[in-house]
Design a protein around this ligand. Structure first.
Ligand SMILES: C[S@@+](CC[C@H](N)C(=O)[O-])C[C@H]1O[C@@H](n2cnc3c(N)ncnc32)[C@H](O)[C@@H]1O
Length: 300
């Protein structure tokens, strides 16, 4: 089951009964003060095109579309607080809550979540570290996101240790052949590249998160058949990961462009159903080679 709702998440999730979900992951706008926007271009061969590429061939850029959402809140915590409270209410007793945020707001959110869930329910701050994009010369370049994990019941919650993927040792020569072959479990710092701008996974939606990062959360913190919720769904990454791992998922977003992207992303998912999404058409397809404007010139 994969159910996609269009609307303000507080209104939508208030209607769900207590204890409906085994795992809730949310990735709210980070309050960057900007409009998060991404335009996707496809370059096509055109003898009249304005760009000249390899071997003098001419190209023109076709704009596939721009997706955007507002990322600015006067009182960010007042916006989040009732949504965090709902998340706790909606979790089953053995459920877990994951908040994906960044360095600007994580400390305030941690204090707020400690009040709502209790400090003993806090288990980890996972650092998702990546290394992509421009660097600043004015401070250490921020290249990580913060993911806070709270379990509703600190003594009884799903944690499938055996399902944790293994990663290579940094110095395999020091641990012996067998251990080196098996690899080690990751720590609370997860190195994973961002969604590659030219890769297969890309939907064109701004701030799309990688399936590998969400996949690890779903695999370890829920069981097959469980019901998951993401009420800041964006391009629907949690939904895709959930279905691929035999879980069910409910997704909510209030941006028509997010619904359009999800309709395209889930077009071949037989169990996808939509609530309040009438009249919103699927977004045009993005192909692996499609790029963002800044990249177009470099690729020619
Ligand atoms: C950071 S994006 C989520 C990206 C997502 N994790 C992905 O992988 O594509 C945050 C999303 O929250 C949505 N959003 C913001 N305020 C909302 C609200 N009040 N109700 C529902 N969705 C909201 C935005 O439209 C945006 O799509």
């Amino acid at each position: 089951m994969l159910e996609i709702h269009f609307g303000d998440n507080l209104e939508v999730i208030r209607a769900f009964p207590d204890g409906s979900f085994d795992l809730i992951y949310i990735d709210p706008p980070f309050n960057t003060g900007k409009v998060q926007s991404r335009t996707t271009l496809r370059t096509v061969r055109d003898s009249e095109g304005d760009r000249v590429g390899f071997q003098g061939k001419r190209y023109r850029s076709v704009r596939l579309g721009t997706q955007a959402f507002q990322d600015s809140f006067d009182d960010y915590l007042a916006f989040l607080q009732p949504r965090f409270e709902e998340a706790r209410r909606l979790l089953k007793p053995s459920g877990s809550f994951f908040l994906h945020i960044d360095y600007r707001e994580v400390h305030y959110c941690k204090v707020l979540l400690d009040l709502i869930f209790g400090r003993s329910s806090f288990f980890n701050e996972i650092i998702w570290a990546y290394d992509y994009g421009a660097r600043t010369t004015r401070r250490w370049s921020p290249k990580h996101d913060n993911i806070l994990w709270y379990a509703k019941d600190p003594d009884n919650h799903t944690f499938r240790y055996e399902d944790i993927d293994r990663i290579p040792y940094m110095a395999p020569g020091l641990v012996g052949e067998e251990k080196a072959k098996r690899g080690k479990t990751p720590t609370d710092t997860w190195w994973n590249t961002i969604v590659s701008p030219g890769g297969k996974e890309k939907t064109g939606y701004p701030t799309q998160k990688p399936m590998a990062v969400l996949g690890r959360i779903v695999r370890v913190h829920s069981n097959p058949g469980d019901v998951l919720l993401d009420f800041f769904a964006g391009s629907g990454t949690l939904g895709e990961v959930a279905v691929r791992q035999s879980r069910s998922c409910v997704l909510v977003d209030n941006n028509p462009e997010a619904i359009a992207v999800m309709k395209r992303r889930f077009a071949t998912f037989p169990d996808a159903s939509y609530v309040g999404c009438e009249g919103l058409e699927p977004a045009p397809a993005v192909r692996p080679g499609d790029v963002e404007p800044g990249q177009a010139r470099q690729l020619l």
